[in-house]
Design a binder for this molecule. Structure first.
Ligand SMILES: Cc1cc2nc3c(=O)[nH]c(=O)nc-3n(C[C@H](O)[C@H](O)[C@H](O)COP(=O)(O)O)c2cc1C
Length: 653
């Protein structure tokens, strides 16, 4: 593999000199302190990425207005009191040779001010606020003048705190600047709207204010949607018209995304299975019309792809978000050509996006150290031990990887002929194939760390007695739950696992899937796909779910696309219905208190969750000094929990 020469060549954004072309995307972590200052957790998280070799870190949304938070813990630059904690962050990042800019924002319509302060948010016009589901009001001319002043003051503070410039978020028809610049939200008929020039007036005045307060040489990056890809929105031709105007006014680099929120959230946070490098056509088009550097974002999760984009002259810099969550060391490993050692981002959104939305701190499915960088640093074991891991699913693999890295003598046993456990099945439905990257990465890492793997070997108490480990980690996973329903053992009843594993041949006209969680929805997607073919014929799929909605355990963007596919394939969805009985060729359900019989099914497919498989821990108690049960073997959940527990146990022993 040739060296990634262009990716690791220096470049400047205005007077900001960067050591390479990899930039960390702004990502709202919610890790700040309650008062908006930078917490130790947030500093450690960014320091790890600076140390990992990234050239520039873009901090998440940083509010310029004290009454306009974006997340419950929004980092803030609306007062001089925030300068000291910012300075600690900039010093920590600079110590590792990286640069740092805050994403200066007035959240505008996206402000959580109604929740925190009972204040109605403002926008260029009265539009719906996505986060609060309330209307905002049109901002007045006096307020515009004040906000412009606030942007300048916040930029001055950023400079005083040692930041290397600022980013302005003008993309996605989102927050205040992004809403002013977009006809989708700016419906004003005064000088701040009504025409391209009118919509540009506010961002141009913000740029002037930053120059006036922070200095004309303080670099400004502008994040913009190359194309809003929405009727009534801005297309790439209009962006090509406005970009030179913005550059002339002082924008030192463009950060190119696309789409608008929330209609096209899946393009902004492109999930598993969507095209890689989703915005390069737009960055290339903007590069044609400006002389300043152009940055591109959006599922660029492999440094070799990043190099290819630069070599094709489609952008000057590469912005990576989730890939740098999955592996803070991505740049350093890429520079050394250690591509197999980079923990892969699979775009699942289950740790970084879905987690935060359900109130759990932001994390990453493949990298549980996100937000716990210091506490989860890998240190050599005080006393190397003999460690046996039973089960080669993601949790077992991660436990083995970490334990082996720490110097333990590790042997992992897997009863099947390949590693990966349930990940291998999860990779089978449409668009899910890249999930295979995770067990592949972990397997290579276990081996590189010196761990031994034995396939086709089920761990039994006898094997443990013979192996005499000091530590046994039970990661034997789960098996599909067969409900205690009349008819559940019927001939036509199969599990989603059976279907995905190819154990149940489904050349069927009609199937019903019981359970509409992620597994049920994905197996429906898979079956409708298999059958929708002129040779085999079509398979009509029905999902029955007891909750009011399906796919509730999916990340929102994955859910949007999956629901679209299910609709297109004509999958019938019955919600708020419980299955009372399974018949020979159908089911009896209860919905709204009414019983209904659905007949004519060739198969009844169970996707009702899992039960733990742990045949060992009780039997080896007292015989092995330390026994840990992790992942589904402990309690049926998801890969996110299994990998996190494997990672924690690997560090504990
Ligand atoms: C958890 C999370 C939080 C994000 N928060 C922000 C934000 O504060 N500001 C912003 O402009 N974009 C935000 N984004 C979007 C990212 O900057 C980036 O555009 C997106 O993740 C796509 O890039 P990627 O495929 O490299 O992850 C966020 C993305 C994630 C995953």
């Amino acid at each position: 593999m040739k060296a990634l020469k262009t990716l690791f060549s220096p470049i400047s954004i205005g007077k900001m000199e960067l050591r390479n072309r990899i930039i960390m995307a702004p990502m709202a972590t919610d890790y700040a302190n309650e008062d908006g200052t930078i917490s130790q957790k947030l500093r450690d998280y960014h320091e790890a990425r600076a140390k990992g070799g990234v050239a520039l870190i873009t901090l998440e949304v940083t509010t310029i207005d004290g009454l306009s938070p974006y997340v419950p813990h929004t980092i803030s630059l609306w007062d001089d009191k925030f300068i000291p904690s910012f300075m600690e962050l900039t010093n920590a990042v600079h110590a590792h040779g990286a640069k740092v800019v805050p994403q200066l924002s007035h959240p505008g319509p996206e402000s959580l001010s109604p929740f925190f302060y009972g204040i109605q948010p403002v926008g260029p016009s009265a539009v719906m606020c996505h986060s609060t589901k309330q209307m905002c009001r049109e901002i007045t001319l006096e307020e515009i003048a004040r906000v412009i002043e606030q942007f300048g003051e916040a930029a001055r503070r950023a400079r005083e705190a040692g930041c290397d410039g600022v980013e302005l978020h003008a993309a996605h028809s989102y927050m205040l600047v992004g809403s002013f610049i977009s006809a989708l939200r700016n419906r004003r008929s005064d000088t701040y709207g009504g025409s391209v020039e009118g919509r540009l007036k506010f961002p141009l005045e913000v740029i002037n204010s930053i120059h006036a307060k922070a200095g004309g040489d303080f670099p400004i990056i502008l994040r913009i949607s190359g194309d809003e890809l929405t009727p009534g929105g801005r297309d790439i031709r209009e962006t090509q018209y406005i970009a030179p105007v913005l550059a002339e006014a002082g924008v030192n680099a463009f950060h190119v995304s696309s789409g608008v929120f929330p209609q096209m959230a899946w393009r902004i946070l492109p999930p598993t299975g969507t095209p890689l490098a989703i915005n390069v056509a737009f960055s290339a088009a903007i590069k044609e019309v400006v002389d300043v550097p152009v940055m591109v974002v959006g599922r660029i999760n492999d440094p070799r792809l990043a190099e290819d984009i630069l070599e094709r002259n489609q952008a000057d810099l590469i912005v990576m978000g989730r890939a740098l969550l999955a592996d803070s060391e991505l740049p350093n490993k890429a520079a050394e050509g250690r591509f197999e050692d980079i923990a892969p981002c699979i775009g699942c959104g289950l740790g970084c996006i879905a987690g935060r939305e359900t109130g759990r701190p932001m994390t990453c499915l493949v990298n549980p150290t996100v937000g716990r960088e210091k506490e989860m640093a890998i240190t050599p074991a005080a006393k190397p031990k003999k460690v046996l891991v039973a089960g080669g699913g993601p949790g077992g693999l991660e436990a083995a990887r970490v334990a082996a890295l720490r110097g333990h003598q590790v042997t992992l046993y897997e009863k099947e002929s390949k590693l990966g456990g349930q990940f291998n099945l999860a990779a089978i439905p449409p668009l899910k194939q890249e999930l295979c990257k995770v067990p592949r990465y972990l397997s290579i890492q276990v081996e590189e760390a010196g761990g031994k793997v034995q396939l086709n070997t089920e761990v039994t108490p006898k094997l443990i007695e013979k192996a005499k480990p000091d530590v046994a980690i039970i990661a034997t996973g789960g098996s599909p739950l067969i409900p205690a329903l009349p008819g559940a053992e019927g001939k036509k009843v199969v599990t989603a696992h059976d279907v995905l594993a190819g154990r149940a041949v489904i050349q069927a006209k009609n199937v019903i899937v019981i359970g509409g969680g992620m597994v049920g929805c994905e197996v429906a997607d898979f079956l409708a796909e298999v059958g929708d073919n002129p040779v085999v014929g079509g398979t009509a799929v029905t999902i029955v779910e007891m909750l009011p909605d399906i796919g509730l355990d999916l990340a929102p963007e994955s859910k949007t696309l999956l629901m679209q596919r299910l609709r297109e394939k004509g999958v019938k969805i019955i919600t708020s219905a419980t299955v009372k009985e399974i018949l020979d060729d159908g089911v009896v359900i209860v919905k709204d208190g009414q019983e209904e019989t659905i007949l004519g099914m060739d198969y009844i497919i169970l996707a009702m969750g899992a039960k733990s498989v742990d045949k060992l821990s009780d039997k080896i108690k007292g015989k092995v000094a330390e026994v840990y049960v992790i992942g589904d073997a402990k309690e049926p959940r998801k890969a996110l929990e299994a990998i996190a527990e494997g990672s924690e146990v690997g560090r504990k022993i």
